[in-house]
Ligand binder design. Sequence first.
Ligand code: PAN
Ligand code: ZN
Length: 203
Amino acid sequence: MSLAIHLLTRFDPHTGTIPGVGESVRRLSDLRGYFVDEAAYSAALSQADPILYATSGVEPAAGAGDLHYALARLMPGRIGREYYMTKGHYHAWRPAAEVYVGLSGSGAMLLEDEAGEACRLVPLEANSVVYVPGYTAHRTINTGATPLIYLGIYPAAAGHDYGAIATRNFRKVVVEIDGRPTLLDRLAYRAALGQGAGAHRHA
Ligand code: PAN
Ligand code: ZN
């Protein structure tokens, strides 16, 4: 145990930034193959390649029992009817849980177990905490009109495993229908777009 490590971090809950900490950004082009509506994705990307989200990670120590955390800013917007979202991942160390603290904006977390049998959509907004159990794929979705700012706190040993989601994606999608976020089966939304039941494309 050491009190010589970095103990205090001040962040801006409105901009989702930590002064002095660099951001890792994900642009629309980084999420090729993640959104269902392929025509809408191509049309949007031909116009611009905006930043969809940015994270600022803080890793004070990496011993057994230590924690890491990341402040994230997920922009508002949609590709077709599907809201802007993060890639989503499992933790490489599957038992690792995570706590998400909503700070600003409004959105939701899509949580899915590894068998793809249980899927939950849980609100994420200011003054709320979402507990992500271990063994659970998690994705953040901005369903509002302003940036969604949140903090994720996880075991230093958690690691990020993007492979399974990049290959098969989540079973469910969150789309705007009649102005409201609606949870649909991915296959049903694909079929509604006339894209058939093809596997997730990862170009
Ligand atoms: C978060 C995520 C953040 C970005 O800090 O890393 O929301 O999402 P992706 O990592 O899926 O692109 C977290 O869950 N860390 O473990
Ligand atoms: Zn995580």
